[in-house]
Write a protein that binds this ligand. Structure first.
Ligand code: FES
Length: 125
């Protein structure tokens, strides 16, 4: 039996920032080859800060809660601060994840970081 914290249950039942940004400044997509789950993050950046963020997660409940929580953590932060958010930070903010669900938090941090890297690439060229 797997036990989830109240925060995980809340973010799973009422995920924040679900959706897509059509004219996103950065997009990051990650798939987990083991479970087949997938996550896409879209960010809009202004003055080097994340002004809008949306995600789509095709995955388990923990992955949905992770996406929702990390989207709230990233909103308003500079892109470099966002790159410093780790999977561990997200798991902690959610009040912990069961050990067999920790890999789901990797997916969130990786997809978000990829969206920031995509934004930085676009900005350079
Ligand atoms: Fe695949 Fe959670 S089981 S991300």
């Amino acid at each position: 039996m797997v036990f989830y914290s109240e925060k995980v249950m809340d973010h799973f039942a009422n995920p924040r920032n679900v959706g897509e940004i059509k004219d996103a400044d950065g997009v990051g997509e990650i798939g987990n080859p083991v479970c087949g789950d997938m996550m896409i993050f879209y960010i809009k950046v202004k003055d080097n800060k994340v002004k809008d963020i949306k995600f789509k997660t095709f995955g388990c409940g923990a992955a949905i809660a992770v996406s929702s929580m990390i989207s709230e953590m990233a909103l308003g932060k500079t892109v470099d601060e966002v790159l410093k958010i780790t999977n561990d930070d997200v798991a902690k903010a959610l009040g912990g994840l069961p050990p067999n669900k920790l890999h789901c938090s990797n997916l969130g941090a990786d997809a978000l970081h990829k969206a920031v890297q995509d934004y930085k690439k676009i900005k350079i060229f």
